[in-house]
Design a protein around this ligand. Structure first.
Ligand SMILES: C[S@@+](CC[C@H](N)C(=O)[O-])C[C@H]1O[C@@H](n2cnc3c(N)ncnc32)[C@H](O)[C@@H]1O
Length: 339
């Protein structure tokens, strides 16, 4: 094991691939923080996050490359739709399949000139997209878009007027473009504008331009940080973690500027950390007089069969807690409207 790591509880190798190793410094750090923030709930969340053999993967179908054979196969393998009516917003062509048992459906390789039929993801990643409620013709900005899972989900839901996908990191922005090219056909792909800007600048560069903005912010990605590849990487991540709330706040302020009055934004992260979730949203609500919280509790109620939420959150936010058999999340979602 790498220094500072210890073997994950699973021990053995599968198909000759070494198992992921849990990084002890990250686990210790989370243990302290999340015991304080979540109490005994943290114990069961930790058991899921540190045990990849119980992780589940959802399958988002690509409506631009439909295959009834695939849907039949999924049915035979025990998959069922993750989202069903009544939901405040559920486009008929957004099809996502899940099953209760762990494991991953084989991923499709990128083949130039051929659209992929499905995308594997954490089912909770679709909650920010459902909360955004994009309608045909709306101008949409995906502020932090790579690798593109939520961008392609948005395009399963509606045909935006203009769709601006931004990613600051050069390598990840190439990955984003490749994802989009693998899922979205011509001429629809021509509606998409790609940029590699610092999301904090976009509000000033494109003021009051968008109906909807998704801020799927850079965050401490709890699930992946627990498997940091070595102690140096882990220590650096934990040091830089302190800077994240300020970056997230600035991205949100920029997103608000980019919205036209009446437009709305969804903020999401894949961490349990209160400092990066509710605290950032409360700071925005307390410092921007032109922003109001939007109630998303009806959506949360409608999907509560498949997702476990932290109790006691406010109506404009939710936090998905991974649980055995419903190992989705962590995913924090909050919705705001510009007045
Ligand atoms: C959580 S990931 C986004 C995942 C993506 N929305 C998806 O669903 O596939 C956050 C992304 O924000 C990018 N990022 C970091 N700092 C940024 C900034 N200042 N402006 C824009 N994007 C940034 C990161 O490189 C990372 O790709």
């Amino acid at each position: 094991a790498a220094p500072g790591s210890r073997s994950a509880t699973l021990g053995n190798k599968t198909k000759g691939k070494p198992q992921k190793q849990i990084c002890q410094v990250v686990l210790d750090h989370f243990e302290k923080q999340y015991t304080t923030e979540l109490g005994h709930t943290w114990t069961s969340v930790r058991d899921v996050l540190t045990y990849p053999l119980c992780w589940q993967y959802a399958i988002l179908l690509n409506k631009f490359s439909q295959s009834s054979e695939l849907e039949n196969t999924l049915g035979v393998k025990g998959y069922h739709p993750a989202f069903q009516r009544p939901l405040p917003y559920l486009p008929a062509l957004l099809k996502c399949y899940i099953r209760r048992t762990p494991g991953r459906f084989p991923a499709q390789k990128h083949q130039p000139g051929k659209l992929k039929e499905y995308y594997l993801l954490n089912a909770s990643s679709l909650l920010p997209v459902l909360a955004l409620e994009v309608k045909d013709g709306e101008d949409v900005l995906d502020l932090c878009a790579a690798p593109g899972g939520k961008s392609i989900a948005i395009l399963q839901c509606a045909y935006p007027g203009q769709f601006h996908c931004n990613e600051y990191d050069d390598l990840r922005s190439r990955w984003l473009k490749q994802t989009i090219e693998s899922f979205i056909p011509y001429p629809l792909i021509n509606l998409i504008t790609f940029s590699k800007l610092d999301g904090r600048q976009i509000g000033n560069l494109k003021p009051e331009l968008y109906d909807k903005v998704l801020v799927d912010a850079p965050c401490s990605n709890d699930r992946s940080w627990l498997f940091s590849s070595n102690i140096q990487q882990a220590t650096l991540r934990l040091m830089q973690r302190k800077e994240l709330p300020s970056l997230q706040f600035q991205l949100l302020r920029s997103a608000i500027k980019a919205l036209h009055p009446g437009g709305s934004l969804v903020y999401s992260t894949c961490t349990l950390s209160r400092a990066e979730n509710s605290d950032v949203i409360n700071l925005i609500l307390n410092s921007c007089s032109n922003v109001m919280p939007v109630d998303i509790s009806e959506m949360a109620r409608a999907v509560s069969q498949e997702f476990t939420f932290l109790g006691g959150t406010q109506q404009h936010e939710l936090l998905v807690l991974p649980e055995k058999g419903r190992a989705w999340g962590p995913m924090y979602v909050a919705k705001l409207k510009k007045m």
